[in-house]
Design a protein. Structure first.
Lengths: 292, 356
């Protein structure tokens, strides 16, 4: 029973992380309907920026965290400005392939500077943050990541629901032309959504790095695992991303614990195919499938 | 002998047959002949074994890229699983040859058919969904197939790999680079000819209609789902076919090379070469394979200079970076790819010195 509960706790925390990573992805898709294959690399960029700031530059953690967020924000903005803006109005293939190319570039750069080895952050979370329920221990990183995840989820929910920028983003996602004719600055919305998404990705990257250590290959693999998560949750639902993330996380840890560790990485994709066949708009996605 | 026909100085086409003709002038036919003679008569005898090996790799890659171009360029569906489909073809050929002892010329098409069926399984979601979701489904296919190749050990022997028997055609043993050169390039020429003609039939036109506007295509009475699936099947068939030849050429295969980055490599060939262009696929294959070899050569030079060890300069990072850059730069600056550059160069020559 303890084993079960420990798995449950691990699954929930990993799932929350997946959800957190997926949130930025959904944000980009929601506003500009771009499938971002470079999302894992955006996570990795954030994680490595934090690594550089904390270990090499020796900055205090909170300052490094803020600078990483700002840096990721700028990175997202620059990516949109330099690479995606010229493609507005081009066909889907080019946009998707551009993000695939960007993923390769970022991955190549990170491998070039940091190599494919595992890096770790210095220990900075207070040990008292861990929770103990009977025999089940929740490590401090999981508590912190859950906390961050929930805070950001609420913040983004409020942002999309009430703030003018959030409403602009939703309107652009819904119908670009209509939004444009109603006076929404579509380009600004695109730039902003990439910047915010990169910021969220940077933050998730840091959390991932704290839990597992950072390794370019692993983090970019997590970037691809975003796809099962968002398809399960619904491509355009932020809440769905979190819930999808948790379901995928639980599924992974339980297969790892009860069936076979090697199956762990392939189960999410098997689920993905099933969902695409049965309920392609996911649990919370907008039902807008054309049957052509 | 009839007179050579020249390019008309305007569009004087009067029938649909003229519109879809392959050779507008006899010069095209002549230069194709000359090209084929050079390819088969001269190239294998003057080039070094290494260059011949590179040519063979280009030929194999070109077959797979042609298939992918049918899917991406002509039907407008994106597959991120072609690296894995290539692997399915390689393994299918290996298993058919070792377990059932089938000969080379049966194994290769059979492997293509097995791959086509596998590909169609992952194409099924396209029945309900549009392009974007299919991309994700094939991404899942990539990971699932990769997993199966590594872990279904009783069939694929996992990381141990399979050693293939010698390839023979009607008693003739094919080994070494030169005989394989002939096999690969005869296949490539056949496949190119098939693709070119496929695109002139009702099937090819249906693919193009689906790409351009699927609702209009449906309205015109094209059953979308069967055609999408067919396109997927044909495309996977090419990938499997190429994979099977590759397996025989490599003699032993393991599950390592068929990763997502191989899929990306094939897509890069199609994008860089030029979407919906048959010469484009071949240019793309030449470009990417050439880039691969140049990068390997560069890494060797750096290794020799002793710079590499401390700098973390390895093949993987350089390759990723160069591929990414190539894809991004081509999309931003020449989205129609090398085929368009080739067209511009050609028309400049044709109009010289009176270009407008």
């Amino acid at each position: 029973m303890d084993f079960f509960i420990q798995l449950l706790v691990n699954g929930l925390s990993i799932g929350l992380l997946y959800g957190l990573s997926a949130m930025g992805f959904v944000m980009i898709f929601k506003s500009s309907s771009v499938l971002n294959f470079a999302h894992g690399e955006l996570l990795a960029m954030g994680a490595f920026l934090f690594l550089v700031l904390t270990t090499w530059a020796g900055l205090p953690v909170y300052l490094a965290f803020l600078i990483t967020l700002a840096g990721s924000f700028v990175l997202g903005f620059a990516v949109e400005r330099l690479f995606l803006r010229p493609l507005i109005g081009e066909s889907l293939i080019f946009v998707i392939m551009l993000t695939v190319g960007l993923a390769s570039i970022f991955k190549g750069l990170l491998l070039f500077f940091f190599g494919g080895n595992l890096h770790t952050y210095p220990e900075f979370l207070p040990a008292g943050l861990g929770l103990q329920f009977g025999n089940v221990l929740i490590p401090p990183v999981y508590v912190a990541s859950s906390f961050i995840g929930i805070v950001f989820l609420v913040l983004f929910g409020l942002f999309f629901k009430f703030s003018p920028q959030g409403i602009f983003m939703r309107s652009v996602a819904d119908n670009q032309t209509a939004a444009l004719s109603l006076g929404v600055h579509v380009k600004k919305v695109f730039a902003l959504s990439w910047a915010i998404a990169a910021m969220v990705a940077g933050m998730s990257g840091i959390v991932l790095g704290v839990i597992n250590g950072i390794n370019v290959h692993e983090i970019s693999a997590i970037g691809l695992k975003v796809f099962p998560v968002v398809i399960l949750g619904g491509l355009d639902s932020i809440g769905g991303a979190i819930i999808g993330g948790i379901i995928i996380g639980l599924l992974e840890t339980f297969t790892c614990g009860y069936i076979s560790p090697s199956l762990r990485d392939v189960v999410p994709y098997a689920v993905l195919v099933c969902i695409l066949l049965i309920k392609p708009y996911g649990l919370f996605g907008l039902v807008e499938i054309e049957r052509v | 002998m009839r007179r050579l026909s020249f390019h008309p100085c305007g569009n004087f086409k009067e029938s649909y047959a003229q519109e879809i003709t392959i050779f507008e002038t006899d010069f095209g036919r002549l230069s194709l002949m000359a090209g084929l003679i050079l390819l088969f008569g001269v190239l294998p005898f003057v080039s070094s074994p290494y260059f011949l090996y590179v040519c063979n790799m280009i030929g194999i890659a070109a077959i797979a890229a042609l298939g992918l171009n049918i899917l991406i360029g002509y039907t407008g569906l994106i597959s991120l699983g072609h690296g894995a489909f290539f692997g399915v073809g390689a393994y299918a050929a290996a298993i058919l040859a070792t377990r059932l002892g089938l000969p080379f010329w049966v194994c290769v098409p059979a492997a293509g058919i097995v791959t086509a069926l596998t590909g169609m399984v992952f194409g099924i979601p396209s029945g309900r969904l549009k392009g974007l979701y299919l991309t994700i489904a094939t991404l899942a296919g990539q990971f699932i197939i990769e997993y199966i190749l590594v872990h279904w050990e009783s069939l694929t022997q996992g990381t141990m790999g399979i050693v293939l028997p010698e390839a023979t055609i009607f008693g003739l043993v094919i080994d070494g680079d030169r005989p394989f050169f002939y096999v690969i390039f005869v296949c490539l020429v056949l496949v190119t000819w098939m693709t070119k003609n496929l695109m002139r039939t009702r099937f090819g036109r249906a693919f193009i209609a689906i790409r351009d506007n699927d609702r209009a295509a449906e309205g015109m009475g094209i059953p979308i789902f069967p055609y999408k699936l067919l396109s997927f099947g044909i495309s996977s068939f090419y990938a499997g076919f190429a994979g099977a030849i590759w397996a025989f050429y490599m003699i032993s295969i393991t599950s390592e090379p068929f990763t997502l980055s191989l899929s990306v490599e094939y897509i890069a060939m199609v994008i860089i070469g030029g979407l919906a262009s048959i010469p484009g696929s071949i240019f793309g294959a030449i470009f990417i394979t050439g880039l691969n070899e140049i990068l390997r050569w560069l890494t060797d030079i750096f290794m020799g200079m002793g710079m590499a060890s401390g700098f973390g300069l390895n093949m993987a990072s350089l390759r990723e970076l160069a591929f990414g850059l190539a894809i991004v730069l081509f999309i931003l600056f020449e989205p129609k790819g090398l085929a368009e550059i080739w067209r511009i160069v050609r028309s400049n020559f044709r109009l010289w010195p009176f270009s407008y």
